[in-house]
Design a protein around this ligand. Structure first.
Ligand SMILES: [Fe+2]
Length: 265
């Protein structure tokens, strides 16, 4: 069972540029082309998981453009919101996936062959930081308890760990201790995936491994100094390929393959 995870495409309707600089629609198109290039070599792909900041502005036209660009993949879409998303626009934009609840946080469960995926909504509208409210934590606890005897992947936008990049840690996830408690109470095989920090980082929460996806559209500098400048770099980050087969492995796929393969000499 394999799935592709993309994160943080930050789409805006054309001809908009994010921060006056990033053509995020073009970067997502390149990422879709990269997935198409890879796909025959790693088929079959069961679904496309999108871990938030799908749009930069939450506008319905931006969600429509996102759907248009990923349409050639023809994959089931499992989408959770990020801090840049707008809950009701997103609920409407993905209504046809059958995952979105009619009201409340955009938490959902998707059971794929041999894998339960639990999507959690950490969005606090108007704020950069995220949280898991009481309803979402109870949703998670129930979804873990009632799960079939499968490995479980929990997806959320904000990483449940400190990433070391100061300006991102100021807009991190609050209430991580409560999430850790829920995870610790479960005896299931759980791992978590997230986005938001535009980097691949590996950590743990509540005794479970967690990995963050790169961003489709840009990256942040790895700078742990207190006076590190706030801002982004215009390099796309690629995506993650999750592969569940005799265990679970995650592969970070760079945005371009480069030239090759050249023979070893
Ligand atoms: Fe974000």
């Amino acid at each position: 069972m394999r799935l592709v995870q993309i994160s943080d495409p930050h789409i805006v309707a054309r001809p908009g540029l994010v921060s006056g600089r990033l053509d995020t629609a073009a970067t997502l198109e390149n990422t879709v082309a990269r997935i198409m290039e890879l796909r025959p070599k790693v088929a079959p792909i069961a679904a496309l998981l999108v871990t938030g900041d799908i749009t930069d502005d939450g506008a319905p036209e931006s969600y429509a453009l996102f759907r248009e660009i990923i349409a050639p993949l023809d994959l089931p879409i499992l989408a959770i919101p990020g801090n840049h998303d707008v809950r009701e626009s997103m609920r409407a934009a993905f209504d046809d996936t059958g995952l979105m609840p009619k009201t409340g946080p955009l938490n959902w469960i998707s059971d794929l062959p041999g894998l339960r995926i639990i999507g959690l909504d950490t969005l606090v509208e108007g704020e950069g930081g995220g949280t898991l409210g009481k309803a979402s934590l109870e949703f998670l606890a129930d979804a873990l308890e009632m799960a079939p005897d499968f490995p479980i992947l929990v997806a959320l936008h904000h990483p449940p760990f400190s990433c070391g990049i100061g300006f991102m840690d100021t807009i991190g996830l609050s209430g991580t201790d409560k999430l850790a408690e829920v995870l610790r109470r479960s005896s299931r095989d759980i791992r978590l995936v997230c986005g938001h920090i535009h980097h691949v980082q590996f950590s743990s929460v509540g005794g479970c491994p967690v990995i963050s996806a790169p961003a489709v559209c840009s990256t942040f500098d790895i700078d742990f100094r207190a006076d590190a400048p706030t801002g982004f770099f215009d390099s796309p980050g690629g995506f993650l390929l999750h592969d569940l087969k005799a265990g679970f492995r995650t592969i970070a796929v760079p945005p371009t393959s480069g030239q090759g393969p050249y023979p070893f000499k």
